[in-house]
Design a protein around this ligand. Sequence first.
Ligand code: ACO
Length: 334
Amino acid sequence: MYNSKIIGLGKYLPENVVTNDDLSKMMDTNDEWIQERTGIEERRWIKEGTDDTSAVMGAKAARMAIERSGLTKDDIDFIVFATMTPDYYFPGCGVQVQDMLDIKNVGAIDIRNQCSGFVYAISVADQFIKTGMYKNILVVGAEYHSNGLDKSTRGRGVTVIFGDGAGACVLSREEDTTKGILSTHLHSEGKYADKLIVEAPSIKHWVPQIMEAEEEDLSYFPFMDGTFVFKHAVIRFSEVIIEGLTKNGLQKEDIDMLIPHQANLRIAQFIQKKFALRDDQVFNNIMKYGNTTAASVIIALTEAWEQDKIKEGDNVVLAAFGSGFTWGSVIIKW
Ligand code: ACO
């Protein structure tokens, strides 16, 4: 058995910055409400007329990750792509990245686990490397939310939160099993699927039915029972971090860097307090990017690394919670 290790990190954020004040011109909201409840100051939304999509942004982040890893595209053995906003209903974005980066005909899969998407994706990739099946895997998380949001006052409880962006890493075989990804922990609770959902189009409720609905059919916009999700998030985040630490004989004091999914700054602050972590032990960038779901953990990890906040030997913890419900953690010896 091997371990896997992150050897290259990359990100891509669309240039177009949308501030809270910009949103207040589209809907009845304001900077104070958004900052107080979520910590978000601005987010990136793809500008109409540009070519960016989840797959395109993912490919840009992936190119950077491969370049920084010191490998070439020809060294990639497999692609795992996490998104809840794929370019097509099918096929998935993974195969598009294979084509866009001109990677040889390796396998490519998509992961559909929303905010936990990247944690699930890295866990899947880790298993392939552990067993020796593959040596170098490209793991991508990307989201293009802005085109699918309700930008009227009706959608304000959801729309102000989400942003567009992508991150990627190259995961590679590590012979020393005390280094790299030590363990991953995944969970789900499907009975709460309807608490955070985009219902349509689905095979049960396809486009003609939406168009023909007598009253305006809003099932293609994200629905979130925010307070319910918040309460579950803080519990599950804590549980799954403790599960990961315990598995590796670590205490909360051993955490050098926690990268929480960027769902809401208040959730991250709650976890920070609960684990008695200092500001320099938790990385947040939701203020700049909002919630980029499957891209959030990998964009944050990339920026923490770019800012020299992670050094060799550090215990790095990734944790996420989101729609499904799904949640998970990753414990890394950097
Ligand atoms: N601007 C101004 N007022 C607003 C806005 C807005 N953008 N949105 C809602 N309001 C109003 C509501 O209408 C409500 O008004 P009322 O009291 O008159 O009815 C009031 O503000 C409070 O609304 P709540 O929804 O109760 O606000 P809450 O404090 O719960 O904050 C939030 C909402 C920020 C969404 C929070 O619940 C949250 O962050 N939830 C968790 C999100 C999360 O973790 N998601 C998981 C990942 S996402 C994924 O997996 C896809």
